[in-house]
Design a protein around this ligand. Structure first.
Ligand SMILES: [Zn+2]
Length: 69
């Protein structure tokens, strides 16, 4: 479900830095957004996997929805 090994990551060719504390070490989690709530609210476009990057210094979470391929 999750990879708890802290590491540095690149998004779209740029090194990922925390916008809050400028830390560069994250753990990554994969969230499945396919929930009854999103369907009920009409957010069907959210019914796919998102990548969550969790800052290991301040805990800030950054969400990324990978583009459709
Ligand atoms: Zn941070």
């Amino acid at each position: 479900m999750s990879d708890l090994h802290p590491d540095q990551y690149n998004i779209a060719g740029k090194k990922l830095d925390c916008p809050i504390c400028n830390h560069d070490c994250f753990t990554i989690r994969h969230a499945l957004l396919n929930t009854r709530a999103t369907t009920f609210l009409g957010f069907d476009f959210l019914n796919k996997k998102a990548d969550n990057y969790v800052c290991q210094k301040c805990g800030h979470i950054m969400w990324f929805l990978p583009p459709e391929r």
